[in-house]
Write a protein that binds this ligand. Sequence first.
Ligand code: TRP
Length: 330
Amino acid sequence: METVVSGIRSTGNLHLGNYFGAIRNFIKMQHEHRCFFFIADLHALTTHPKADQFRQSVRNVLVEYLAAGLDPEVSTLYIQSDVPEISELYLLMNMVAYVGELERCTSFKEKIRKHPDNINAGLLTYPVLMAADIIIHKATKVPVGKDQEQHLEMARNFANRFNHLYEKDVFPEPYAYNFGNQLVKVPGLDGSGKMGKSEGEGNAIFLADSPEVIRKKVMRAVTDSGPTEPGQTKPESISNLFQLMNLVSSADTIAFFEERWNACDIRYGDMKKQLAEDMILFTHPLRERIADIQKDDDLLNRVIRQGAEKARESASKTLHEVRTVIGLNR
Ligand code: TRP
């Protein structure tokens, strides 16, 4: 059994791409390892969100992860800012993070390019906070996508540098945990590749979308003018719909539309109608659970409180060790 930590972005609703990707892996991992999942609200402050909206979105994200099946009794589910030990470790780790390496970080350079008017020190030290998130629980596994590899490499550097400086093996090395080919591909509806890749209105189906919204989005999905030769291979423009169908529809339905495609008499309108109805059925229980949990303030408050308690128990042990090693404990 290893220790797993993953941070969840505190904004944005969950879509089917998240559901078949990260979330299903979290749910599986929680039974195999000692797991810590948290909502990275402190990281979000780099973009200066408005307080009311911010509070609401953190709560929403928590609701949706609970609805999707993260079990707060099995894993530790908490909000980053509820664990002050993380912030203290972040401060201490800043002393072994060099400005040069932080400035060379790809995600920082990207932020400078996109938001030249708000290049704050929180952005620069984002990787230090992320490292603190992970090493505070001495985690070795971090289930994240390719875009986070560099941050993890930096976390390993900071951890090793700390160990070296104080000549103590306090932190193990954390590594990105990729599920590789176990991951199913969930395409977006607007033909832009992965679901969630583009911010376009019609690209993603969210777990909380109403049936009407799902129908609208699916009917507007990008298609082509149809096959011209029997049995030809599907171009990207239409394989999207088939891939989505594979995730939510029955084997009979899939076989039916495959046959229609191969015989060149497929009607995309019919296929979309069927796909929309199957998506509505598939997401129905999730939508219900989201609505139920959303209303249950007692449950949410209990989850938040228990999560913070469990996370702080683990975090304070590490922080105590760190303070002792540095010479801060008298
Ligand atoms: N940087 C991650 C993202 O953008 C979120 C994150 C913050 C995280 N702290 C983390 C992920 C710690 C894994 C571990 O998705």
